[in-house]
Design a binder for this molecule. Structure first.
Ligand SMILES: Cc1cc2nc3c(=O)[nH]c(=O)nc-3n(C[C@H](O)[C@H](O)[C@H](O)COP(=O)(O)O)c2cc1C
Length: 179
């Protein structure tokens, strides 16, 4: 059994939901898991964890700056411990080149090259956005030829089975590190 820390950044909450889902899957496999919203918990990685996952979402081409700062500050621990990164974006839904590009940029900025990387589709949460953001995201969706432009509802694209597989692959790798 491992003690796992999941640190994440989120703007509209989808990455938080994915982090909690990963935590549930890991707990289901008997592990102890702590999730932390880096914006609230700060950039310290507490001692005593056997493995760390870091999650972030993409807005206007970039992951949260405070997640980048967290990774920069804790690179040594992330390189020493089994660790993984998951990136949440709309590009992960059918635009792999851009989704991978965001992660490459993040890796270049932080110097961390995680052995495990998950690219997860996020959500269009129209009902949570303010007026301007809602109009902007509707225009982006329309310009991309998407039919998901009904702003009276939300569209969640996250493929939970893929999140589960990513988590279980990571946990399987852990078995060789943690007795
Ligand atoms: C203002 C805004 C800008 C966004 N920019 C991008 C982008 O550049 N590329 C992309 O793939 N997704 C983009 N997205 C989609 C988000 O990555 C997606 O909504 C994700 O679910 C957000 O995760 P969060 O709720 O954890 O912040 C954008 C979303 C918003 C609201």
């Amino acid at each position: 059994m491992a003690n796992i820390y999941i640190a994440y950044g989120t703007v509209e909450g989808q990455t938080a939901q994915i982090a909690e889902y990963i935590a549930d899957v890991a707990r289901g496999h008997g592990h102890d898991v702590q999730t932390a919203d880096i914006k609230k918990s700060g950039d310290t990685l507490p001692d005593g964890y056997d493995a760390v996952l870091v999650g972030a979402s993409v807005h206007v081409g970039k992951h949260e700056g405070y997640v980048r700062d967290f990774v920069r500050k804790n690179t040594a621990a992330l390189q020493r411990l089994p660790s993984a990164f998951f990136s949440v974006s709309l590009a992960a839904q059918g635009d792999e080149v851009n989704a991978e590009g965001y992660v490459e940029k993040f890796e270049a900025e932080t110097g961390w090259r995680p052995a495990h990387v998950g690219l997860f589709s996020g959500a269009l949460l129209y009902t949570h956005y303010g007026f301007l953001k809602r109009a902007m995201m509707k225009k982006i969706a329309r310009d991309k030829g998407s039919l998901d432009t009904d702003t009276s509802r939300d569209y969640v694209y996250t493929e939970w089975d893929g999140v589960r597989r990513f988590t279980e692959d990571f946990l399987a790798g852990l078995a060789t590190h943690v007795a």
